[in-house]
Design a protein around this ligand. Structure first.
Ligand code: NAD
Length: 576
């Protein structure tokens, strides 16, 4: 029962808060608190002046050291120059929930997703050379929206909870996906939003970082129900100014795709009928609704470009013993959704052998190689990989990660490689297509084992890169290549004719077509993405070599330095 206890004039504690204080006092390092609670505590402290008074009223502060710990903590909180300096207002988020999927690989004491991102960030911040003031400003999330709304399902009312977090608005709009999944809660969305900030910086996409989500399992709802949930959530975003082509531009993530993006765009347009740029309020839309060619496959293609780039580096070949040739790679992918499927497709198309695919119900394995499209179609029509032809079924979904391969690509969810399985991983390279698949403690083990990790914030940045292209297309109201394609073709065919005349040799129609072909939208998107990924990988490699750190730390350092340049260059208004 949640009773009111210890009433003062205006302030009181609820019994669950009382328990929280108790936990805090007992486990000083394992804080469970929130900002509202601390405000109440402050007034209670004021009221009683001397804390012993409270001590007499109950028996929780009965030991001197607990009392000191408490006073120490409260004074640290209030003497901090800014909230951000000691993170009190969001640290409580680190104690988020986890589902079986995000718990099974981890020991209980391992940090949750948000804390993991903070740990990676802290490590890089220390060697970045950016001032602590800027670092604390950069790290804390700018604002969080939590909404609840009712939806009628099967004659019953369900209360749905949704979130949108703006991690950093140093550049606008902010950008980040919307996730529909049971894992969605504050700390997960905040961690994902933070990663978006750093990711955008790494690939020079001029956006701040955001993320959103609704805590639902989409497979449990009809399409009509999902549409109502999506539209209702968008109404909340519209009302609270958490969406718009100049403020916040969502995109697909786990459990969402072009269909949901269309509903979001359509709902936004009802609220902004005169906004000529309203179509740019969300990316990942279908082509007829303003989407850009190449967005569906962008994240998986970026994963392909990134891994291809790293295995071309001589030091990586020396370290892993890999040849640098895609055709020689054996690959295992966990998560056969949008990202996992497309990554598998591009590796298969370029000659690599996909030997294992893991899904939540089971994994499939064939050392001679799997047929990606066949399996994808099979799962689509059967709802499971169980019973798929020409494969060995691996019942434990997590076990696919332990199998021998050259490259392991986690492309499902966070916290898939933790202390319980890090030691078993045999891959030479881990390409993190999912966000946050490796916990910091597992990361250390993998690095010690000599496994090379290409980190999420770099490797899966292809999605936001092409989302940026889509947003640019929406603001320009024109398909890429529309004004230039024919003109380029004309110029090139005149050049070819000139060369043919001079050398006295005619090219075949196919040869001519290959040279003359003017770039259309997908050509431009693919080449823009390839260039972006190669450049970001090269920058990460350079920092890794110069600072003698792993690729994850190097990627964070690069992100931190680029973001700091914006913060410091713009003067950090009202901070001092
Ligand atoms: P998705 O919903 O299309 O696919 C996720 C897949 O993972 C699903 O098929 C799901 O069944 C599977 N899965 C869930 N739990 C699993 C488990 N325990 N074991 C094995 N498989 C499991 O989502 P997506 O868009 O492909 O996103 C996958 C990851 O990539 C997420 O971490 C996401 O944040 C990240 N990401 C996505 C994009 C994007 O553009 N969609 C961009 C960057 C990063």
């Amino acid at each position: 029962m949640n009773e009111k206890i210890k009433p003062t004039d205006n302030y009181y504690l609820y019994s669950h808060e009382f328990d929280q204080i108790k936990s805090f006092v007992i486990f000083f390092d394992d804080l469970i608190y929130n900002y509202e609670l601390l405000t109440k505590m402050k007034y209670i402290l004021k009221k009683y002046k001397r804390f012993e008074k409270a001590e007499n009223d109950d028996d929780i502060f009965d030991r001197e050291y607990r009392y000191s710990a408490f006073v120490l903590y409260v004074s640290a909180f209030y003497s901090a120059r800014t909230f951000k300096a000691i993170r009190p207002h969001y640290q409580f988020l680190c104690r988020g929930n986890s589902t079986v999927s995000t718990r099974v690989a981890c020991e209980d004491h391992e940090p949750m997703f948000l804390e993991s991102v903070q740990m990676y960030f802290d490590k890089a911040a220390k060697i970045s050379g950016v001032s602590p003031k800027t670092i604390s400003h950069m790290e804390a999330p700018d604002c969080m929206l939590k909404v609840t709304f009712p939806i009628e399902v099967d004659d019953k009312v369900e209360i749905i909870t949704g979130y949108r977090v703006h991690h950093s608005r140093h550049l606008l709009p902010v950008k980040g996906g919307i996730r529909f999944s049971p894992e969605v809660e504050e700390q997960e969305v905040t961690a994902l939003a933070a990663l978006m900030t750093y990711k955008c910086a790494i690939v020079d996409v001029p956006f701040g970082g955001a993320k959103g989500g609704i805590s639902v399992d989409p497979s449990k709802y009809t399409i009509a129900e999902l549409e109502r949930i999506t539209r209702r959530y968008t109404v909340e975003l519209c009302q609270k100014a958490f969406i718009g082509p100049g403020t916040d531009v969502p995109a697909p993530d786990v459990g969402t795709g072009p269909r949901e993006m269309s509903w979001i765009m359509d709902t936004y347009r009802q609220f902004h009928p005169n906004d000529v740029d309203s179509i740019g309020c969300v990316t990942g839309k279908p082509i007829p609704l303003g989407g850009v060619r190449g967005r569906n496959e962008a994240t998986g293609l970026g994963v392909f470009y990134g891994i291809r780039e790293f295995i071309s580096y001589p030091e990586v070949q020396k370290h892993t013993g890999l040849s640098g040739n895609i055709k020689d790679l054996s690959i295992i992918i966990q998560g056969f959704g949008k990202v996992g499927y497309w990554a598998a497709k591009f590796f298969e198309k370029n000659g690599a052998k996909i030997i294992g695919i893991g899904e939540k119900e089971c994994g499939v394995y064939n050392s001679n190689g799997l047929n990606v499209d066949e399996l994808f179609k099979y799962r689509l029509s059967n709802g499971s990989l169980h019973g798929a032809p020409n494969v060995e079924i691996i019942e434990d979904p997590l076990q696919i990660l332990d199998l021998e391969c050259d490259v392991l690509i986690p492309a499902a969810l966070e916290r898939q490689i933790g202390l319980r399985n890090a030691d078993k991983i045999k891959a030479k390279i881990i390409g993190e297509a999912a966000n946050g698949p490796t916990t910091p403690l597992a990361n250390e083990i993998l690095l010690k084992k000599g496994i090379l990790i290409i980190p999420d914030l770099l490797l899966n940045a292809g999605g936001v890169t092409v989302s940026y292209f889509e947003w640019l297309k929406n603001l320009s109201h024109m398909r890429f290549g529309r004004m230039t394609r024919k003109w380029d073709e004309l110029g090139k065919s005149q050049l070819v004719e000139l060369v043919e005349r001079n050398v006295g040799h005619k090219l075949s129609d196919t040869e001519k077509e290959q040279i003359v072909h003017g770039a259309d939208e997908s050509d431009l998107v693919y080449s823009g993405l390839e260039d972006t990924m190669i450049r970001a990988c090269m920058e990460t490699r350079k920092t890794s070599i110069s600072k003698e750190v792993d690729y994850r730390t190097a990627a964070f350092v690069n992100a931190i330095e680029k973001i700091a340049a914006v913060y410091e260059g713009s003067g950090m208004m009202f901070m001092n």
